[in-house]
Design a protein. Structure first.
Ligand SMILES: [Zn+2]
Ligand SMILES: [Zn+2]
Length: 287
């Protein structure tokens, strides 16, 4: 059995182990060194945010039992994609694949903010009025399906080694929990870490109710895309303790904290000044 077959066969326990391990570390860290005071009770938010995570895992397993790793194994078998056409050293193929997949996630994230119908879906992630380890995995099931289809397309074009996809899935999962967590990292340390990895302070800016701040720091893993493409913003104007997290127009706990509300949130209300073709020079409120 080669390494690809091994990780392919043990993908689920490996991923679950990393998920619960990272979750536990971040949850304890949030208790020991919190960054902000909570708006809503932890019990309500965690029950519902994690309920949504559970529902999403179920939907994904049902629709795409082989997931991204299965798709990578398939493209390798078929000889599809860049890295299956060209003979590149394994280390280069793995590293380049991870960086390329992260870039696609960045572009996807910009897209779901700009396109009105997709912003409706992505609003569920932003409507959380708090920002903690459970926010990192809180996405509407339809956005999760869209993400998986984009990932499949990326894998078909790229032909990444199976190991690269496993590493990417595990790392992305862990960094998403890390950079959404309500933890205090000393400013000097944060400044160094954010050259390599999106930190909680960097991503929190993206969860601001202010439109210009929410349209910054789209990166999930690597912080370089925001700096390279001009979407980087250092800190929120009101400071991390003073800023408001969430969306201006949706703050009722029933809609933003309870699972049934999160599931219907994409289908209600109008999109006004937020999405790309709704902007006016005079400036309207986000909707
Ligand atoms: Zn976003
Ligand atoms: Zn986020």
């Amino acid at each position: 059995m080669n390494i690809s077959e091994f990780v392919l066969q043990n993908e689920v326990p490996v991923r679950l182990g990393f998920f619960f391990g990272t979750f536990a570390v971040m949850a304890v860290w949030e208790v020991l060194a919190p960054r902000r005071q909570r708006v809503l009770s932890r019990t309500v938010r965690w029950l519902n945010n994690l309920g949504l995570v559970f529902l999403n895992s179920f939907v994904l397993r049902l629709l795409f039992p082989a997931a991204a790793v299965g798709m990578a194994a398939f493209t390798t078998e078929q000889g599809w994609g860049l890295f299956n056409y060209y003979d590149v050293p394994a280390a280069v193929a793995i590293l380049a694949s991870i960086v390329a997949m992260d870039f696609v996630i960045y572009l996807q994230h910009v897209m779901v903010h700009a396109v009105p119908a997709l912003w409706r879906l992505h609003r569920v992630h932003h409507a959380d009025v708090d920002f903690d380890v459970t926010t990192g995995a809180r996405f509407h099931p339809l956005e999760i399906i869209l993400s998986m289809l984009i990932k499949f397309a990326t894998i078909v074009v790229l032909g990444p080694p199976v190991v690269a996809v496993v590493i990417f899935e595990v790392v992305l999962n862990a960094t998403a929990m890390f950079n959404h967590s309500n933890i205090r990292i000393p400013k000097a340390l944060d400044r160094v870490v954010r050259w390599l990895l999106v930190t909680p302070d960097m991503h929190r800016v993206h969860h601001s109710v202010e439109d210009d701040e929410a349209n910054s720091n789209f990166g999930f893993n690597l912080p370089w895309w925001d700096r390279l493409f001009g979407t980087y913003r250092d800190q929120p104007r009101a400071g991390h303790e003073g800023m408001t997290i969430g969306i201006h127009t949706y703050r009722q706990p029933k809609l933003v904290a309870w699972l049934p509300g999160m599931l219907v949130l994409p289908f209600i209300g109008r999109i006004t000044g937020y999405a790309i073709n709704r902007r006016e020079w005079s400036g309207q409120d986000e909707g």
